[in-house]
Structures are given as C-alpha cells and as structure tokens.
Design a protein around this ligand. Structure first.
Ligand code: ATP
Length: 375
C-alpha cells in the first residue's frame, strides 16, 4: 500500500478582495521530501505557505498532516500555528534585534515554558547544527546577513518541527553567500531528513534544492513534478518560459497526424518544422508558437538533407565570452540568442542554419497578440 502523504492540501483557496491569491490548489508532500513552490511575484506562494503555517485562514479547502486535518473549512477546524508543529523561516528572518543569538534561538522553547537546562542543551546543539557555535552571546544586531539567516533557521529547528517552511530564506544574501547557504541548507535537510516546503522565485534554487516543484501562476499550480521533468517536459508555455531560456518562433500548422505535425514558420516560405504532435489539436492553418530550448539546437554553415527543421538565419553579432560565443541571430523579424563553442566561429552578417531536433520542439497555442498561451 502506498504511504499516505505527510502533508496534503486539497481545494486550498484564498481571496483578498477580488484577488484570487490562491485558487483551489492541491498538492501533497511525502515524509522527508522537499517540495518547492516556484513562481513569479504575486502568484500566491507566500499565501500558500502562510496557510500551511496557520498565519492565514483559507477561504476554502483542507490541509492535513499525517492524515489529521490542521485546517478544514468545511469541518470548521483551524489549528493555531503553535499547535501545528511547523518551523518557519521568513524572508526577513524576523529575529529579535534586542536579544542575543542564544535568546533568539531559545525563544520558541521559552514560550513553551521548557526548563532551563533543556533549553541550554537544545540551543547548543541546534547552533552547532547551523554552524553558529561560540556566538551564543553575540547581540543579533551585530550579526552578518548569513549569520542572521542561520539564527532564523536554528530557531525554526529548535523544537524539532514536523515540517520546515522556508519563505525565500536566501533572497537577502549576496550571490556568493546565497550559493554557499544553498549547499548547506540541502546538506542540513538531508542530515535531518526533514520535510520541507520551500518558497522561491529563483529557478536555480528551486532546481537544486527540491525533490519536486510546484510551478505556480495566478494562484494556480501549472505543473507539479520533479525538476528534470518540469524542465524537459513542461506542461504549459508558462512553465517552459519560467524555467530556463526559450527560443520562440511564430508559425502555422501545415499538417497534423496522430504522432507528428509539420509547422511552417512565418518569416520565410518553405521553412518547415517537424515535431511531435501536441496534446491540443490545432487545425491545419492554425497559427501557433514554436518553442525550443537554445541548448538543444545546433548551428551549421550548410543545409543538410531534406532541410526540415533547419532555420536559415543571419548572424547579427557574435560576442566572444572566453569559454563560448554569444551569437545574436535573426530569422525574418524574429531574433534570438544562442551560445556556441569556441571552436565554431561565426561572424556578423554570416548566413547559418539553426537545426532544431524534432523531439526538442514544442508547439503552443497563441493568443491574438502572438503570445503563447497555456492550455
Ligand atoms: P512574492 O514572491 O512577491 O512574495 P507570492 O507569490 O508570494 O509573491 P503572495 O504574497 O502570496 O504572492 O500574494 C498573492 C496575491 O495576493 C498578490 O496579488 C498579493 O498582492 C495578494 N495579497 C497577498 N497578501 C495580501 C493581503 N494581506 N492583502 C491583500 N492582498 C494580498
């Protein structure tokens, strides 16, 4: 029998006035798993996390931990945050400036009236876990950004929460420290085997820290899957664009069979792209958007074979970056950027062919403005 999810949210909904901040979402998290809520600003990540923590009351839906509801709107259950056994780290860290490191970390235990010697032992062990041993007496105001982040993490971990909720905990750190803390956070999560719900708008953080990603947009989850699956097999054009770079081209369906289709690209007659058939069923003649990741394509100087999937382009500029070239290419009114290895030199004005591997091409519906639309 499959193990029941450790954390499960169903029909979770929150409106602020007429803004549907979170719109009927569903997800579950297994014990020891890291699930990341990823998406642009305002898509509902923080509101979702706050509903899990108990700081925000949903308008509808249910959240269960180990099969027991901590909130259920229909059953009128709403457990207070401190009864949910969850630790949360906020983007701002929210540590007390007038307390030293020890008292900041001890705070959740003091609130729970735990005895002094137990507090001492627990604080020492959790400070060592996050690499802050010896800093017990340091006033919080005299800590660096990275140290404050560790204090916030230690405080969230001190009462061994069932679930750790992290709201953009690395976003106030500079790039180098951020990278270091990302690695440390992953190592700590593995060591403790703790279940984590992580919120970020940073795709690198999401890809490196998560077992699965829930990509959110306008209060809804557009895709929930492992990072590799989300990147290589995006469910919507939004997901494809949000995770990584994309070359977009406009075209028109010429032929559609059950497995494959042919799209004629706008911009030059006779440039045809063969690709797997999409899940939606565009009619012959329907305008669509063709998308491919730049790292999937190759650039050649001559046309090969029958010429399918080869887009004749002109090199606008090719900039030497040391380890590779950054090539700005133009095809009709469309332009895009590619990276080529230092062995392949291309110069401005040169004609080249960009080869799109058949299985790397995705086709999306487009709206009246020519933008891809999720379906
Ligand atoms: P960010 O990455 O910028 O923090 P987010 O994805 O976490 O964004 P939320 O903070 O959950 O998004 O906000 C979702 C939507 O709900 C936004 O439109 C936001 O303006 C709105 N919202 C959030 N909290 C409130 C509130 N307390 N009152 C009114 N509107 C709110």
């Amino acid at each position: 029998m499959a193990e029941q999810p450790f954390l499960r949210a169903t029909g979770l909904t929150k409106n602020f006035g007429n803004v549907a901040a979170v719109n009927n979402i569903e997800f579950d998290v297994s014990r020891g798993e890291v699930l990341t809520l990823l998406g642009p600003s305002g898509c509902g990540k923080t509101t979702t996390l706050r509903m899990i923590a108990g700081f925000e009351k949903p308008d509808g839906g249910e959240i269960e931990v180990e099969g027991t509801p901590v909130v259920s709107i229909s059953k009128r259950i709403l457990l207070a945050p401190e009864k949910r056994e969850m630790g949360m780290v906020f983007q701002s860290y929210a540590i007390w400036p007038h307390l030293n490191v020890f008292e900041n970390v001890a705070y959740p235990l003091r609130v729970r009236r735990i005895k002094g010697n137990v507090v001492q032992d627990k604080v020492e062990s959790v400070l060592s876990l996050v690499g802050l041993d010896g800093l017990e007496d340091r006033p919080a105001l005299l800590l660096s950004g990275g140290q404050q982040q560790r204090v916030a993490l230690a405080r969230a971990l001190i009462y061994s929460p069932k679930i750790l909720l992290l709201d953009e905990p690395l976003s106030n750190l500079d790039a180098k420290l951020r990278e270091q803390m990302r690695v440390e956070l992953k190592a700590l999560q593995r060591r403790l085997s703790i279940t984590v719900v992580f919120v970020t708008h940073d795709q690198v953080e999401a890809m490196t820290l998560s077992d699965r990603l829930a990509v959110m947009n306008h209060g809804q989850i557009e895709q929930l899957a492992a990072p590799h699956e989300v990147y290589t097999n995006p469910a919507t054009s939004f997901v494809q664009e949000f995770l990584g770079r994309v070359i977009w081209m406009q075209g028109c369906v010429m032929q559609r069979e059950s497995e494959r289709m042919v799209v004629g690209l706008d911009g030059e007659a006779g440039v045809q792209i063969q690709c797997p058939a999409t899940e939606f069923s565009p009619k012959s003649g329907e305008s669509v958007v063709v998308a491919v990741r730049p790292e999937e394509v190759s650039v050649g100087k001559v046309k090969e074979g029958e010429g399918f999937n080869q887009v004749p382009c002109e090199v606008d500029t090719a900039v030497f970056l040391g380890d590779r070239y950054e090539c700005h290419l133009r095809f009709g009114p469309m332009s895009f950027t590619l990276y080529t290895s230092v062995g392949e030199f291309f110069s401005s004005g040169q004609k080249v062919f960009v080869n799109l591997p058949e299985n790397a091409v995705r086709v999306w519906r487009k709206n009246e403005a020519g933008q891809p639309v999720s379906h």
